[in-house]
Ligand binder design. Structure first.
Ligand code: UTP
Length: 294
């Protein structure tokens, strides 16, 4: 396998949205988890916007059954736009238009069974071809002054290879996350020596967790295509990532901001509070509501 140090631009991003979202049942019985709204837009739109701000041009959704709404959301809605225009609702019309993905830039491919995140990413192999690409998990929102993926692209232009975003977690909670092994965890950008899934606090090689944003070289697909099952009987992305370490540059970047795990109910509620408090139209009302629960 060749060492890939030149930073070819990242123009394609994969959004795995084929999971069952069981932690949100029955809300996710017929509606995709990724369509749950945080503030005024669904999770998937927050993440597509993050990717757009990083210069991503092509958006690849890995979908499954009952996921058609996700495509609809980014489509041109003629009737709605005509009605808003006729009513001179310019600001709303602008918001609706911003949520569209232009013709020829949205690619949807199916993952017939939710066999795991690694398998979902593998489903994009033909569309990605021989290019570096980003992966963004739509149930994790990254809130910072600047788009997390944009921060990563800026770093990637200097480092090349593979790059993942990491965030500090309390040592007592390392057993909930994928944790990186690195020689110097005080650095902003650090070479990754290994990845450990949910280590017990005493055995965790660091307190830096992997948070759902990745830039990969296409060689990742060579490992994913082995379809090896790992933890939980699923084809794990982490296992294929671990095999790239040592063969290509593999770095971690401390994300400047905060992540919200919207795949869990408490994380989702916290994200709604945080995004509500940052929305000038409703921040005051949200503060008033919170006072009543203090
Ligand atoms: P999660 O494991 O958080 O999502 O996967 P899930 O399986 O849908 O949720 P729960 O645990 O049952 O509540 C992270 C992302 O990867 C996608 C999911 O849709 C989610 O956006 N995913 C996961 C796939 O696309 N395919 C899979 O086989 C697994």
């Amino acid at each position: 396998m060749s060492k890939n140090i030149t930073a070819r631009p990242v123009k394609k991003a994969v959004f795995p949205v084929a999971g069952l979202g069981t932690r949100f049942l029955p809300a996710t019985k017929a509606m995709p988890k990724e369509m749950l709204p945080v503030c005024d837009r669904p999770l998937i739109q927050h993440v597509v916007e993050e990717a757009r701000q990083a210069g991503i041009e092509d958006f690849i959704f890995i979908t499954g059954r009952h996921k058609e709404l996700l495509e609809e959301h980014f489509d041109y809605q003629a009737e709605l736009e005509a009605t808003l225009e006729a009513r001179s609702k310019t600001a709303l019309l602008e918001k609706v238009r911003e949520s569209e993905i232009p013709a020829g830039h949205l690619f949807c491919t199916r993952q017939p069974k939710p066999l795991g995140l690694g398998h979902a990413v593998w489903c994009a192999a033909k569309i990605i071809g021989d290019e570096p690409f980003a992966v963004l998990l739509p149930d994790v929102l990254m809130k910072g002054k600047e788009s997390c993926l944009k921060q990563m692209v800026d770093v990637y232009q200097k480092t090349g290879g593979n790059l993942i975003a990491v965030e500090e977690v309390p040592r007592a909670e390392t057993n909930k996350y994928g944790i990186i092994d690195t020689k110097d965890e005080s650095l902003a950008i650090m070479p990754v020596d290994g990845l450990v899934e949910k280590p017990e606090p005493a055995k965790a090689p660091s307190t830096l967790s992997v948070v759902g944003r990745y830039i990969f070289q296409p060689e990742l697909f060579e490992y994913l295509s082995a379809f090896e099952t790992g933890a939980g009987g699923e084809i794990q992305l982490t296992d294929a990532m671990a095999k790239l370490i040592g063969k290509q540059p593999f770095n971690a970047m401390r994300f400047d901001g905060k992540s919200y795990d919207c795949g869990s109910r408490p994380g989702f509620i916290e994200a709604n509070i945080a995004y509500g408090l940052s929305d000038p139209e409703i921040a005051h009302s949200v503060k008033e509501v919170l006072k009543r629960y203090a």
